[in-house]
Design a binder for this molecule. Structure first.
Ligand code: PGA
Length: 249
């Protein structure tokens, strides 16, 4: 039985003080240990939130990391820096980074491996554009992203540490959600690819989130699909809606 995981991706929102105020206001309402709840604030709020979330049920995540170890990489943040703040998860390959910042599958893979080497769980995002879906290229696109994203990652890491997130780009921040059938179909497809590369047992243990306009109204249906093990939530994670999503049952 895979433990559900619900992640809030705050993107470039909330100053450190705003982040503290908001997390303080919702923390008491998130007291479940049955699912993993992760918050990914901006880097500037990680330190403060690390202290606030110490011994709480909400885990800390980052939105990005460098694939380099240390040194002359202006503006970058290393895995050691995240580790020192007790960061447990890190999103890699979010479509906004792939599209706006030209992150390739190779870069996503390097980042995931760097995180795993330090014991931090990567949340590897994959997803197709609307054109790719309409042109029936979505299976090739997703297969390519999954295979290259997981390249040279051990079966043990995929089984126990990696989280995948299927995020159709056309559903992110648009208010358009994939239908539950579309989301389930793609998460099942990702699981089948992992089964082909690794084994059935690895595929059955891998947690796959759906992301793209998840809200309190659609969360219950999405999260009850067989192959969907959680949600990656953007806009709705900035408000009390996040509490409602976490309490979807
Ligand atoms: P959204 O974003 O929930 O605002 O659509 C999801 C994401 O980008 O992870």
């Amino acid at each position: 039985m895979r433990k559900k995981i619900i992640t809030g991706n705050w993107k470039m929102n909330y100053t450190v003080n705003e982040a503290e105020a908001f997390i303080t206001s919702i923390l008491e309402s998130i007291n479940t240990t049955e699912i993993d709840v992760v918050i990914c604030p901006n880097f500037t709020a990680l330190d403060r939130l690390s202290n606030l979330l110490d011994n709480k049920n909400v885990k800390l995540g980052a939105q990005n990391v460098s694939y380099e170890t240390k040194g002359a990489y202006t503006g970058e943040t290393s895995v050691d820096m995240l580790y020192a703040l007790d960061v447990e998860y890190c999103i890699v390959g979010h479509s906004e980074r792939r599209q706006i910042l030209n992150e390739t599958n190779e870069i996503v893979n390097l980042k995931a491996k760097k995180l795993l080497a330090k014991g931090i769980n990567p949340i590897i995002c994959v997803g197709e554009t609307l054109t790719e879906r309409n042109e029936n290229k979505l299976y090739d696109v997703i297969s390519n992203q999954v295979k290259n994203g997981l390249k040279d990652i051990s079966s043990e890491d995929v089984k126990t540490k990696v989280v995948m997130a299927y995020e159709p780009i056309w559903a992110i921040g648009t208010g358009v959600t994939a239908t539950t059938e579309q989301a389930e179909d793609m998460c099942k497809y990702i699981r089948n690819i992992v089964c082909e590369i690794y084994s059935e047992s690895v595929a059955n243990n891998l947690r796959i989130q759906y992301g793209g306009s998840v809200n309190p109204k659609n969360a219950n249906e999405i999260l009850n699909m067989e192959n969907i093990d959680g949600a990656l939530v953007g806009g709705a994670s900035l408000t009390n809606d996040f509490v409602a999503i976490v309490n979807y049952q």
